[in-house]
Write a protein that binds this ligand. Structure first.
Ligand SMILES: [Zn+2]
Ligand SMILES: [Zn+2]
Length: 282
């Protein structure tokens, strides 16, 4: 079962449950983050971003590729940590010989800091996350022209004349649209300040209360809500989407815990990516 969540101009569609499966699509951008489970809704994704090689984030890739094949779609472009490429290709080769059909992918191995264009005005930058295996997060951004400060007092006509004369009156700045960071320690937020400025930040928050201590969360390479509470004043995101919750919490309970622990001024900006109802779908 997949569910949706609307954040600003984007719709998120997918499902996420820590250690079980995570796959979240942004249909407007034709982007899919991780393939820990399969839905026919994901067949339209042109760009697939793999955070790391754990099965709950990658295990349903052959099913997705099979469904794409049925629709005569070519190999998907799959961005991944450099260390994932070789073992993933070996695994897909084994699946291909088992199934006797082609599972070729268009792999884009990435290192932290690597940037590549994925749309007419959309780029992605990989950044380091902190987990037990090679892992990456992804920041999608646009490059927009911004009038240099020394020209901001000019009238519209004066700016137009300067622009037409070819004068360099604009700076190109990066506008952070949407970021995805999962299976990581909270230190990613200090190492990558751009995450706090991203309009939408999709962030794992596997553990929420005393049923799992902060130290236990860290030893598994995960974030605890109490870690985020320290950093919340720095968050400038329009929407902070929390996901990858442990199944020790039920969806309705997650909403209650967030309401109780988050400062009132932030409750509306923090969205748990959970299904409607009380229980996780089986
Ligand atoms: Zn995970
Ligand atoms: Zn993991």
């Amino acid at each position: 079962m997949i569910y949706t969540c609307d954040v600003g101009r984007y719709r998120l569609r997918g499902s996420s449950l820590g250690g079980i499966h995570t796959a979240i699509m942004v249909p407007e951008l034709r982007v899919l983050f991780d393939v820990g489970h399969f839905s026919r809704a994901f067949v339209g994704a042109d760009h697939i971003f793999i955070s790391h090689g754990h099965a709950d984030h990658l295990g349903s890739l052959p099913s997705l590729m099979g469904a794409r094949g049925l629709q005569q779609k070519g190999p998907p472009k799959i961005y991944m940590p450099e260390g994932v490429e070789a073992p993933l290709k070996r695994a897909l080769d084994a699946m291909a010989s088992l199934q006797r059909y082609d599972l070729t992918i268009d792999a884009v191995p990435m290192q932290p800091g690597d940037t590549t264009q994925i749309g007419p005005d959309l780029w992605v930058r990989a950044f380091r996350t902190y987990h037990s295996v090679p892992s990456l997060g992804y920041q999608l951004f646009r490059r927009v022209k911004k009038l240099k400060p020394e020209f901001r007092h000019l009238s519209g006509d004066e700016i137009r004349r300067l622009r037409e004369s070819g004068a360099p009156i604009f700076d190109v700045v990066e506008q952070y649209e949407l970021a995805y960071a999962t299976d990581t320690l909270p230190r990613v937020l200090k190492a990558e300040p751009m995450l706090l400025e991203s309009k939408v930040l999709i962030l794992e928050c596997t553990f929420l209360d005393e049923r799992k201590s902060r130290d236990d969360a860290r030893s598994g390479g995960h974030i605890h809500l109490d870690d985020l509470l320290d950093d919340l004043p720095r968050f400038q995101n329009e929407h902070l989407v929390l996901m990858h919750f442990s199944q020790i919490y039920e969806p309705r309970e997650i909403k209650e815990i967030l309401r109780a622990k988050l400062p009132a001024e932030l409750v509306d900006r923090v969205v748990p990516f959970v299904p409607p109802g009380r229980c996780w779908p089986l």
